[in-house]
Design a protein. Structure first.
Length: 140
């Protein structure tokens, strides 16, 4: 899968130098060996524009369901080091309860993750005012 992503990146950037590639899930690809104790794959992380991860805090078991600590820790063990190397991390949490939305907002803001909360009706609400496309436009 990593090889395919890198091929897509190379082809897209050959056509349009500032083409943005945001990878959805597949956090194991962020490391050289695929394990959370493996080193970050600097070439891969440097080739993509951002990483989107779903249900980091809410939604893994359904809307408003808190993601189990073990699964959250697993995801964080990959995305934290990638974020520390400057890779934008976009989080989609699935929650409708205003308290959960606010909690998600604070957790993700504290960790410098961009956030999109999807409610039970799947109407998007960008609580921290970040539009993903505008964000990448502003980075050019």
């Amino acid at each position: 899968m990593k090889k395919l992503v890198l091929e897509v990146v190379a082809e897209a950037k050959a056509e349009k130098k500032d083409f943005e590639i945001v990878v959805n899930n597949g956090e194991e690809l962020l490391t050289e060996g695929g394990g959370s104790s493996s080193r970050i794959d600097e070439h891969y992380v440097g080739s993509i524009s951002g990483f989107l991860i779903e249900s980091l805090n809410y939604g893994l078991g359904g809307v408003d369901k808190s993601t189990p600590d073990g699964q959250r820790s697993f995801m964080l063990s990959y995305i934290g080091p990638a974020r520390d190397r400057g890779l934008p991390i976009l989080v989609i949490d699935y929650c409708a309860d205003p308290e959960n939305q606010l909690n998600s907002f604070h957790i993700n803001r504290k960790n410098s993750y961009l956030l999109r909360i999807i409610n039970a009706g799947f109407d998007g609400a960008v609580l921290d005012g970040v539009d993903v496309f505008q964000f990448f436009e502003s980075q050019r």
